[in-house]
Design a protein around this ligand. Structure first.
Ligand code: NI
Length: 171
C-alpha cells in the first residue's frame, strides 16, 4: 500500500463530478487500500477519490478513526436515497487542512452504493456517519463543504485561506 497525495482546494478536480466506477478489479482494490492508508495517516474520517486526484465516484470512511473495524466502509457510486432531520456541527475536510466550521446537514441519511466487489448495499445512519456519507458523496458530485455554507461564512473561510496562502502555509 502507498500513501497518496491529497489535493487541496482550490484544485479544479474538486469541482468536477467523478465518473461512475464500472470495473471492480485489482486496480480498484489497490486504490481503496491506498485511500484507507492515506485517510488514517492524515488523519481523517473520510476520503473521496477526487481528493487524491482520481476522478471517480467512490469514497472510504471510518468514523471510529480506525478503532472499530465495523466502521470501515467503502462506498462506490454512492447515491443518496433519503435524508431527514437536521444537525449542525463542526466539519472539516482533508482538502481544507486546518479549517473547521459548523455546517448544517441532514441528521439521517440513507445511501445506496456498491462495495469493493460491486455488490449493492444501503447504509442508513445518523449523526456523524450521516454527515460523513453526505460530505463524501458531495465530493463525488464535485461539491465541497464550503459550497454548503452561507455566503458570509464561505467568504470568511476563503479569506482565512487567502491569508494562509500568502503566508506560504497552504499548498
Ligand atoms: Ni472532504
Amino acid at each position: 500500500m502507498a500513501l497518496l497525495e491529497i489535493v487541496t482546494w482550490p484544485d479544479s478536480i474538486l469541482d468536477a463530478p467523478g465518473e461512475p466506477v464500472t470495473e471492480f478489479g485489482d486496480d480498484l482494490k489497490k486504490l481503496i487500500g491506498d485511500m484507507f492508508e492515506t485517510m488514517y495517516s492524515a488523519p481523517g474520517v473520510g476520503l473521496a477519490a477526487v481528493q487524491v486526484g482520481v476522478p471517480k465516484r467512490l469514497f472510504v470512511m471510518d468514523c471510529s478513526g480506525g478503532k472499530d473495524p465495523d466502521q470501515r466502509v467503502v462506498m462506490v457510486n454512492p447515491e443518496v436515497l433519503h435524508v431527514e432531520g437536521e444537525q449542525n456541527g463542526e466539519e472539516g475536510c482533508l482538502s481544507f487542512p486546518g479549517i473547521f466550521t459548523p455546517v448544517e446537514r441532514s441528521l439521517r441519511a440513507v445511501v445506496r452504493a456498491h462495495d469493493i466487489n460491486g455488490n449493492e448495499f444501503e447504509l442508513d445512519d445518523t449523526e456523524l456517519t450521516a454527515r460523513c456519507m453526505l460530505h463524501e458523496t458531495d465530493h463525488c458530485d464535485g461539491i465541497v463543504f464550503i459550497d454548503k455554507m452561507s455566503p458570509l461564512k464561505r467568504e470568511l473561510v476563503k479569506r482565512k485561506i487567502r491569508k494562509l496562502q500568502k503566508a506560504g502555509k497552504w499548498e
